[in-house]
Design a protein around this ligand. Structure first.
Ligand SMILES: [Zn+2]
Length: 244
């Protein structure tokens, strides 16, 4: 390992240590060797900010749009993962649809959009797909992160389990939700060709949680926890000898 990698590794380990103190939960027992293993791995994390353009997604209690919150989280996750030395690809970096916007009906444009997102998995041979969304429900008391996984592989389930556990322990210790397997209703997961998860960060239909989801501070903390989860997953898979 060259000097550059050593320096990069030192930075990453420092970040992990600072993060651990800041979030008051992780002991950095993962060795430098483990971190190094994930850093050198050529996996690409596809970061998907759900919805966009004419598709606003859920509408929050205060009128916030899910598509905007998703993008704010996704940009932060992308920054943290990049800083950890992980290759990333962002599905969108601005407020736009990913599909063909010239199609005549909303339904056709929506289908085109979700198909285009799913097709991105085939751009990279070695990738994982992380879709970021916000939830809503008719009863406003419902809150808390819920992670869904593609039914295609054990890896998808493992990724969802790490995300659900890590994010909740760091940001919502009372959240007892467990990851759920996606049905046909989540196209991008149901048709996934790579390990894939969808993280519903919280409920914009819950006024208190919506406030949190809109706050820069919470977005940063949550995105760091989410990125840390992905790093943990990559380290674990690497140690298990699984190609992800
Ligand atoms: Zn959504």
């Amino acid at each position: 390992m060259g000097d550059f990698m050593n320096k990069k590794l030192a930075v990453i380990v420092s970040v992990l240590i600072v993060t651990s103190f800041a979030l008051n939960i992780f002991t950095v027992s993962k060795s430098v060797k483990q971190v190094s293993a994930s850093v050198s791995d050529a996996v690409t994390v596809i970061v998907d900010a759900g919805h966009g353009g004419e598709d606003g997604g859920a509408i929050g209690k205060s009128g916030s749009l899910e598509k905007d919150i998703n993008l704010q989280f996704a940009l932060k996750v992308n920054d943290y993962l990049s800083f950890f030395g992980i290759n990333t690809y962002m599905v969108r970096t601005e407020d736009r649809s990913v599909g063909d916007i010239t199609l005549p009906t909303i339904r056709e444009r929506k289908v085109s959009d979700i198909r285009a997102r799913a097709a991105l998995m085939d751009l990279f041979e070695n990738s994982i797909y992380l879709s970021i969304h916000q939830n809503e429900f008719t009863q406003s008391y419902v809150h808390g992160t819920q992670v869904f996984y593609a039914p295609n592989s054990e890896e998808s389930k493992n990724l969802a389990t790490v995300i659900q556990k890590t994010v909740c322990s760091l940001t919502q210790p009372d959240n007892t939700k467990v990851p759920k397997e996606s049905g046909t209703n989540i196209y991008v997961l149901y048709n996934a060709t790579k390990p894939a998860c969808l993280c519903e960060c919280g409920f914009v239909s819950n006024p208190e949680e919506e406030k949190l989801l809109l706050s820069e501070d919470y977005q940063r903390k949550f995105s760091l926890a989410l990125s840390f989860s992905v790093l943990n997953y990559l380290i674990t898979e690497e140690n298990n000898g699984t190609e992800v």
